[in-house]
Design a protein around this ligand. Structure first.
Ligand code: ADP
Length: 384
């Protein structure tokens, strides 16, 4: 079965094409700056630049640039974000699209471009089945004691709860770490830190806690999204900045996180560079990110009664040695000790803990697309 997996942002489209016979990657690529006159499309070593009006045009270019443009695609899998009560991996139907549309308001950066891409693919490849693998699925095993808010009970009954996201990535880390350590019964703290960031506590391959809550704006600070925030602070924000409630939510989802604190960029590399040049707000942004990660690592050591393995993944987790060093500092009380030399690694599977560290620490590049490709194949094989 040939599966195309789509990973979509508001102005980006990324894909990987798999032959599931042997899980071989046939191609990967995508488009950036969709909606602008200087969009860039890259598939393998083929590139194109120019104006792209929407995700549909980006998809057209990507399909055209495939190594074999006539390849017969059997299924399209989407790393979909929020389907509310619809979780797991499901065939994309009118009902799924309707439910995702109902959640545009609480997943504004994610659900609208996914629905646009689903419709664009359906218009171009109408016979090819689509599967949505929701980011919340892996977290269905989190106990109610960690998903329930202290709100009036009617709100809870109406579905106001913590869901958790980044499911495909944390599931990949759960599966891969069990393979690498040759043991399924592990306590793992998976730190996915990138544009979006979250920490997951994994016990015996199952998610038992995740720092994301009801929406992907919560938990750790993100590239430009707020992270955990006390809603009562809005009582001060709205009159002070003459914002409506909706405008304030938008600001928190677009002008918060690393960008909001540093005032420099939503990209960790730019913020690191500015901090190295003495920019105090950039330094503070890096420190806030590190503290938010340490906060959840500490919490999940309590949840798991210690840990066997801490994994760093995501663009920042895989690449920034300084970030990992700051997270692991002063954690020897919990048996967490980094080897500073081994920690210099970037972007590949590697153990970076000291020989006498009780907890193993690893960098494991995530592969969310492979998880979605597997889930897509399973759904279609099951005739779901
Ligand atoms: P997304 O959540 O959008 O998939 P990624 O996981 O690709 O994002 O992570 C993007 C982040 O990773 C950016 O903030 C980028 O600056 C950061 N990053 C990538 N490479 C490095 C590096 N060498 N050092 C520090 N940060 C890096």
């Amino acid at each position: 079965m040939i599966v195309l997996v789509s990973n979509i942002g508001s102005t980006s489209f990324k894909f990987r094409l798999y032959d599931m016979n042997g899980e071989r990657e046939l191609a990967r690529g995508g488009a950036e700056r969709i909606g602008s006159d200087n969009a860039a499309v890259k598939v393998g070593d083929k590139a194109w630049t120019g104006g792209l009006a929407d995700h549909g045009e980006a998809i057209d270019h990507c399909l055209r640039l495939l190594p074999d443009p006539n390849v017969k695609i059997d299924a399209i899998g989407f790393k979909a974000v929020h389907g509310g009560a619809i979780s797991g991996a499901v065939r994309v139907t009118e009902e799924v699209i309707r439910t995702m549309t109902e959640f545009f308001d609480i997943a504004p950066a994610h659900n609208p471009p996914y629905v646009a891409a689903m419709k664009a693919f359906a218009a171009r490849l109408p016979k090819v089945p689509q599967v949505a693998a929701f980011e919340t699925a892996f977290h269905q095993t989190i106990p109610a004691s960690r998903t329930t808010y202290g709100v009036p009970w009617e709100w809870t009954q109406a579905g106001v709860r913590r869901y958790g996201f980044h499911g495909a990535s944390h599931r990949y880390i759960a599966v891969r770490s069990a393979e690498l350590l040759g043991c399924k019964d592990l306590r793992v703290i998976s730190c996915h830190v990138g544009g979006s960031s979250s920490i997951c506590a994994i016990e015996g391959g199952k998610s038992v806690a995740n720092s994301f809550a009801t929406t992907p704006q919560s938990g750790l600070i993100h590239n430009n999204r707020v992270g955990d925030f006390d809603p009562y602070a809005l009582l001060k924000v709205l009159p002070a900045f003459e914002l409506t409630f909706e405008q304030a939510l938008q600001e928190m989802a677009k002008k918060g996180g690393l960008l909001g604190i540093s005032g420099v960029s939503n990209d960790h590399r730019d913020v690191e560079q500015a901090a190295a040049q003495g920019n105090e707000r950039a330094k503070l942004a890096l420190d806030v990110l590190v503290e938010s990660v340490r906060h959840y690592v500490g919490a999940y050591l309590a949840v798991l009664n210690g840990a066997d393995l801490i994994v760093f993944t995501g663009g920042i987790g895989e690449n920034s040695a300084a970030f990992r060093e700051a997270v692991c500092a002063r954690m020897d009380y919990a048996g967490i000790k980094l080897d500073l030399l081994k920690n210099k690694t970037r972007g590949k599977e590697e153990t970076i803990s000291a020989d006498d560290s009780r907890v193993r620490i690893m960098v494991i590049p995530t592969n969310e697309e492979l998880i979605v490709a597997r889930q897509t194949q399973d759904v279609l094989a099951g005739g779901n």
